[in-house]
Ligand binder design. Sequence first.
Ligand SMILES: Cc1cc2nc3c(=O)[nH]c(=O)nc-3n(C[C@H](O)[C@H](O)[C@H](O)COP(=O)(O)OP(=O)(O)OC[C@H]3O[C@@H](n4cnc5c(N)ncnc54)[C@H](O)[C@@H]3O)c2cc1C
Length: 395
Amino acid sequence: MKNKETDILVIGAGPAGLIAAREAARRETGVMIVEEHAEIGHPCHCAGLLSIKGLEQLGLPNNEFYVQNKVKGARFFSPSGLSFTVEKQEEVACVVDRSLFDQYLANRAIESGAEILLNEKVESIKYAEDRVSVQTQKDRFTAKMVIDAEGVSSKIIKEVGLNPIKRSSYVPGIQYDLENVDIDAEYVEVHVGKKIAPGLFAWIIPLSARKARVGLGCKGANPKFLLDEFVRRRFNNAHITISEVRSGFVITGGPITRTFRDRFIVVGDAAGQVKPTTGGGVILGGICASIAGKVAAEAVASGDYSAYFLKQYENMWKNQLGAEFRTMLLARRILNRLSDQTLDKIFRIAVKENLQDLFSTNGDMDFQSTVLLKLFKKKEALEALPSLLRDAIQF
Ligand SMILES: Cc1cc2nc3c(=O)[nH]c(=O)nc-3n(C[C@H](O)[C@H](O)[C@H](O)COP(=O)(O)OP(=O)(O)OC[C@H]3O[C@@H](n4cnc5c(N)ncnc54)[C@H](O)[C@@H]3O)c2cc1C
């Protein structure tokens, strides 16, 4: 068993860990990333839909080898099949191969000076007087501080005494890569409804006009059963083939209450830094990770690893994203309570009043609070109020 020393130890080589590592290593700080798996990006759980604006914000290109397709907008479908389209003139999102995307991020972290160690599953973490000691199955690491980017597993965070993501925030998700489908390659489809996917929605993310990533997240039901039903009803095509199956947990409960302590910062899915409306966590988690990397490097430079110093990380991400998370969480809670009849009614109002224009003009895949607040204030939304209240009472 070897003892390895570093300034910052990052646990987990997903997007959050790799982005935090890149930011810290750029600032001349010693950074090691430990990853339990043998290969970066594997196994992959993600659908890979990332906004172009979000990628830009993270300093990442939208024309690299990981991009499989680009889309202009989304078509939303109600339980009874009513639909409206939200779109922009130009492409708004990339569909990425998440394994390749993570490998790209790993290369950027290494170029900045970080070291990645694979097959290193962290088992325990202990505080010594002037460092943290991290035990993996193979080795021991000592670090001045830790960035925990372990994803949904939330084991390490409990060990250091912080409260992990609530169990009620977890939504099981499953998706297939399908071939021989007939779809519009420029638009994502989102299908909502208690019978389709209670607690989230079903998605069709085009890879081309004949290939798509089709999945759903749901609570209180069997995701595979509902996905098979959805695929059968949506495509009704005996020639469809499934080339890949992925599953994992989507987080929709918003961030955890505290994301730091002395010598320790938590980022990404482990911190619940995920959009509660959709479960997408790469961009907002990445923004938080970027802040974490900078603050951790400053802690090393100043030799101050106190909770008081590291609180700036939480202050900074909350200043930038706190209101976004709160508004999206409110929207998710309302959506979870709506009956299929109310959802249909909302879609009818949206189509009649051209609310899709409001979404198309003001919508932002990641920063959704502006459009959500505009929607909550619309007088047309009042038409749905009696149904909303009835659903809230019956829940
Ligand atoms: C079905 C599904 C579809 C999704 N689709 C999208 C989408 O389209 N767009 C989007 O933005 N988001 C999507 N997400 C969410 C997205 O995958 C996550 O938000 C994102 O991966 C979070 O990144 P992370 O780095 O925090 O965690 P992860 O990507 O989970 O990375 C955590 C890493 O830590 C490692 N690890 C865990 N424990 C240990 C340990 N003890 N020791 C060492 N290593 C450890 C893991 O192996 C993993 O590599 C989807 C999720 C699911 C489940």
